[in-house]
Design a protein around this ligand. Structure first.
Ligand SMILES: [Zn+2]
Length: 322
């Protein structure tokens, strides 16, 4: 009996240890499972927040574009009032600048004529693409045998990039908007604008073999940066490029603009101009524009309008030239 006692104690001790170990292991497993599930929830929250952040960023970017568009219109009014002052300012510009020697291949040689026709023609223009909306816009335009003009912005997305060729192949005008679309960057100086423009020009040429002659300033030509834009215009025209503003805004620069607003803005204002150039956007998130487009096409087609693309032979719509 005396010999058996330590064995019993030892056995009890071992059993206790095993039970304790089991309990500890069970608790640990529970903690691991709980942590894993918490991690999963956190990851899903982070992903949701990222998506929402992206949506907010897209929204802000859309609003910024719209604000710039409004600034353009405001500046346009101010420019009309101050046109005489600006004329005298222009004369003070330097005759030669170092940037004139840059990018010797960046020449278009386009000149426009004043040969306007009286036919019912409307010029739809789409800024900020290519995006996932572009092929859908192209299909709609095809349906109405409509030609349009696309002022494109550089994208890293390969699929979107392939739409550049689609735009050309379907008979539309491929024009340039910007490489970075970053106002703070491109309107710093003529050099900064040229550097950005040369990049988007080369990108489009490499992708399509097309050398565009038309471009549109982000925010329009009267975007509040009057002094530098005047110099940029002079330099770009010296290189044979033609810039285009617009006279009918769909208002879709703002993401708050509804499909109904876009329809009304376009359809009621097109008739006010001999050569209506309509500003729209086919950039990411412009679903309201896409939804309005079929009715715009149908309404204007029923009114007898022909949808044409812009070319260098038309008199451009330019705020500074009005
Ligand atoms: Zn733009």
């Amino acid at each position: 009996m005396k010999k058996k006692l330590p064995v019993i104690i030892l056995s009890l001790l071992l059993v206790s240890l095993l039970i304790l170990g089991g309990l500890l292991f069970f608790t640990y497993q529970q903690k691991v499972t709980k942590t894993k599930s918490e991690n999963k929830t956190l990851q899903s929250n982070v992903s949701d927040l990222n998506t929402r952040l992206q949506e907010k960023e897209d929204f802000i970017s859309g609003q910024t574009e719209y604000i710039n568009e409004l600034t353009t219109q405001l500046a346009d009014c101010q420019n009309t009032v101050n046109s005489e002052d600006e004329d005298s300012d222009d004369k003070k510009n330097d005759t030669t600048s170092s940037y004139e020697k840059k990018y010797p291949d960046l020449y278009a040689g386009a000149t426009f004529s004043d040969d306007n026709t009286s036919d019912l023609k409307v010029y739809l223009t789409f800024d900020d693409g290519p995006s996932d909306l572009t092929p859908q816009v192209l299909d709609l335009l095809d349906k109405y045998n409509a030609k349009a003009t696309f002022f494109v912005v550089h994208t890293d997305n390969e699929e979107y990039t392939s739409y550049l060729k689609e735009i050309v192949d379907r008979g539309h005008t491929l024009a340039l908007h910007s490489y970075s679309h970053d106002y703070n960057k491109i309107y710093k100086s003529v050099d900064a604008f040229l550097e950005d423009f040369n990049q988007v020009y080369n990108w489009v040429y490499e992708e399509t073999g097309v050398r565009p002659t038309l471009f549109r300033f982000p925010g329009g030509s009267t975007n509040g940066k009057t002094a530098v834009v005047n110099d940029i215009i002079a330099e770009m025209e010296r290189r044979g490029f033609i810039y285009y503003d617009w006279n009918v805004s769909s208002g879709d620069g703002s993401n708050l603009t509804t499909t109904e607003n876009i329809l009304e803005n376009v359809c009621t204002n097109v008739g006010n101009f001999d050569q209506p150039v309509v500003l729209m956007h086919d950039g990411a998130g412009k679903n309201a524009t896409f939804k309005a487009l079929p009715t715009i096409l149908k309404t204007l087609a029923d009114e007898g309008y022909e949808f044409c693309s812009l070319d260098e032979h038309l008199t451009p719509v330019q705020y500074k030239r009005k």
